[in-house]
Design a protein around this ligand. Sequence first.
Ligand SMILES: Cc1cc2nc3c(=O)[nH]c(=O)nc-3n(C[C@H](O)[C@H](O)[C@H](O)COP(=O)(O)OP(=O)(O)OC[C@H]3O[C@@H](n4cnc5c(N)ncnc54)[C@H](O)[C@@H]3O)c2cc1C
Length: 590
Amino acid sequence: MPAFNANTKDMQFVLHEVLKASEQNIPGYDEMDADFTGAVLEEAGKIASEVLHPLNEVGDREGCQLENGVVRTPTGFKDAFDQMRDGGWTALDCDPAYGGQGLPYLMHTAVGEIMSASNMAFNMYPGLTHGAYSAIHAHGSDAQKQTFLPKMVTCEWTGTMNLTEPHCGTDLGLMRTRAEPQDDGSYKITGQKIFISAGDHDMADNIIHLVLAKISGAPEGIKGVSLFIVPKVLVNDDGSLGARNDLSVGKIEEKMGIHGNSTCVMNYDGATGYLLGEAHKGMRAMFTMMNEARIGVGLQGYAQSEVAYQNARAYALDRLQGRDVTGTKHPELAADPLIVHPDIRRNLMDQKSFVEGARAFAFWGANLIDRAHRNSDAEADGLISLMTPVIKGFLTDKGYEMTINAQQVYGGHGYIEEWGMSQFARDARIAMIYEGANGVQALDLVGRKLAQDGGKHVMGFFEMVKTFCKENDSGEMAAFVEPLKKASKDLQAAGMYFMQAGMKNPNNALAGSYDFMHMMGHVCLGLMWARMARAAQDALANGAEDRDFYDAKLATARYYMARQLPATSMHLSRIETGADTLMALDAAHF
Ligand SMILES: Cc1cc2nc3c(=O)[nH]c(=O)nc-3n(C[C@H](O)[C@H](O)[C@H](O)COP(=O)(O)OP(=O)(O)OC[C@H]3O[C@@H](n4cnc5c(N)ncnc54)[C@H](O)[C@@H]3O)c2cc1C
């Protein structure tokens, strides 16, 4: 069976030597010294390895069952959820006014990686609850916050997000679910939502559904959509649970992965709902949840590749096949281990350099969110808005690819369920699709985010890369800075191409959007690797004890620069061919 151990050492390196978290002037960060974060991560690692990861395979095998209208989760999930609640893991960064611990989002993200890597399907129950908590926290009335947030912080009540309908996923303007205003100020919600993650289960007393619907007479299209709080069980004025609301689970979907998470068809039959935020501004309120969820999904992508990599590495060190062509390494054994072969090393280095770079990128993103929220820092807010589709799209595409790489290290055994490698790939696959499929993330990046606020944020990002390069362009750092400069130039050239050719025909920009998202992902990881190389060099220069760790960092940084970052050239070449070759065929000829 596969194993999982949280890579707390690398997390600590990113938190303290790359981001220098406790030195940042952000409320709450002064507590985040290495002892504190180390203790939290170690504890999170324990529950992840001992409780959640052993249930990963159970969840995959048993799946969720719909029995008499109620979803039953796999054996052990309920106990594990109780342990998560008791340990306070659901409340880390929540507002202390509602029972949360008030820690930075960065801490929530680091712990989230551990939980998600150990059991992605399980972690979606608290994950979606956190998103719903954030939407109510940002847009709810005082009364709504008092009623719902304390129970959601503890996950006594969990949350969901209901956007998708059978005929609309990306194009939510087509939505048919209706909301009829009632005399008491509530609404009656009627319609069907599909693919609702954690839509029902047996681990909480109540489920708070956030449902998008159109109020009768609302404007057509996306502008007419409002957001509603629709509890599974209605809540009395004194906070106690009342009658069952008029909603039910139509069925749960059979799917490729994340079997431990219930994906439900939800039927709303005149269910009582309460408007969250302003009427017809539902997408704005839902975006609070969706932006958070997109970062969380990016994290799922690289977290699955982390656990897959850990197992592939162990297998490559253990499995004996063939001999090292440059000379036998282990004459006492029948063959050398897989790790001697250059192609296996290529495969593992791709994984290692991705996972560690992605971790730094995701933590940096979480740090930007803290700066934006806790310091009202407009620059950070603009940067994270720009980066959100990249974190979601690039980290999930590559994350999935790396789970396939890890499976490949096992040869045929990777394809056999007993070894558990196929589950990582099957689970990781959905992250490329939900929360806005990755093609739509690329459109968001190129169609909206690049031009946002007159292009200020993307220019700010280029400036940031340039400044880093200028400050580090000498000595041993030159080996990292030169490739980064080249990649950043490619990215800027692609931006210029979009501006010029996209003016003539918008398809020229849209045809290159996916390449651009990957290009930008590579430049971000390149920047992270250069920053990590800087931190490793500093540590070595200051006589750090664990020289192997820092030497490995530098070697991995060199690998990324040599073997991954040059992908920007290929993406640029593709982008500069414009839309012609994509649009040449008549639809009938596909
Ligand atoms: C397991 C699972 C869990 C889910 N959980 C939830 C949940 O909790 N809540 C929820 O509301 N939904 C959920 N979803 C739904 C998910 O978010 C949608 O499936 C997804 O957003 C895509 O919508 P769609 O399936 O209707 O595809 P479509 O919108 O039909 O898109 C099909 C393809 O076309 C592309 N496309 C669409 N429009 C454009 C365009 N303008 N330009 C270029 N390409 C385009 C898309 O990228 C996609 O590849 C879940 C789905 C699954 C499978």
